[in-house]
Write a protein that binds this ligand. Sequence first.
Ligand SMILES: [Zn+2]
Length: 257
Amino acid sequence: MPEGPSIVILREAAARFAGRKVLRVAGNSTQDIGRMRGRRVLAVRSWGKHFLLQFDGFGLRIHFMLFGSWRIGEAKATPPRLSLGFGRGEALNFYACSVKFIEGELDRAYDWSADVMGDAWDAAAARRKLRAMPQAIVADALLDQTVFAGVGNIIKNEVLHRIRVHPESPVGALPPRKLSELVAQARAYSFDFYRWKQDLVLKQHWQVHAQRTCPRDGTPLSARRRLGRAQRRAFWCDTCQRLYGADRDPRAANPPP
Ligand SMILES: [Zn+2]
């Protein structure tokens, strides 16, 4: 699944379509995609893992789910969910993604302060939201898109290793300094991810995600296919990642849904 930084890279690559008119629309989406024909793209935006195009009076939202992908200019052999054609034969093609329209202005449709890589990102607001969910384990809190829009499973695993926190620590058990570090590193790591991805060296920088041993202390990493409410794959080091609140009843920290 593409995480926030990949969507920022797509947004930057697609920025050249801002101000241009959609000449052709195709695709197997069941939405009323024809409404974009002849309309001008007013802005190319993104929020977390959502890629967005603002048109006059409505917005297009693309979410890539688990297997979605895109091509700019070229086309894949598989039929696109949505293809937007522009002048000079240029096209934006989306595959295996969710297509949705948002009526009105995108500005009003989203909490922009939650977009971890956005200009309007608000760390204090994120800390406030976290304090309101003391029972949630940090692995789930990091994946909560209302707090950290754009953070996905890789960023989650890497941030928790970076700040030396066990993924099953309840948010409420973190000392205030750790909570601030969590918020700060969710953003900082996202920008590192963005740079490494552009330089095609992202995987070389993974410390724990899909790895076997901790680069800090050589401990064999713990891995679980499904962890927390989000049921996402987790990798961590039991030596250098501290389980905060371990003295509490773990069932109280993570009640069943
Ligand atoms: Zn370690």
